[in-house]
Design a protein around this ligand. Structure first.
Ligand code: SF4
Ligand code: SF4
Length: 99
């Protein structure tokens, strides 16, 4: 059976974090990569992706839920990814267990 291997078609080109400046300092491609990896995990008893995500936050990067939907990143994304919409999904996936 073929399963979807990538939820968000991000190529990791990093234009969105290099050519534009997210006012919330959100590490877009890294979060998308963690989200995709978590989505294809075959078991979810332990999720290293959540730990990686929290490590980024500890380094001072913005949370996915901090996205203010300014669309600055979307203007430079060659894949035309609706980044701000996906950020809501990333927040649900990665932040749901936070207090
Ligand atoms: S839409 Fe969200 S992720 Fe994109 S630049 Fe604006 S605040 Fe950052
Ligand atoms: S610009 Fe688009 S494809 Fe490139 S890293 Fe950002 S979200 Fe991914």
């Amino acid at each position: 059976m073929i399963r979807a291997t990538v939820a968000i078609p991000c190529t990791g080109c990093r234009y969105c974090v290099e050519a534009s400046h997210c006012p919330k300092n959100i590490l877009i491609p890294n979060y998308f990569n963690l989200f995709n990896t978590k989505k294809i995990a075959t078991w979810d008893m332990f999720s290293p992706e959540t730990e990686y995500y929290e490590n980024y936050l500890a380094q001072g990067y913005g949370k996915a839920s901090d996205c203010i939907r300014c669309h600055s990143c979307e203007k430079v994304c060659p894949q035309h990814i609706r980044i701000s919409e996906w950020m809501r999904e990333v927040a649900k996936e990665m932040e749901e267990e936070e207090a």
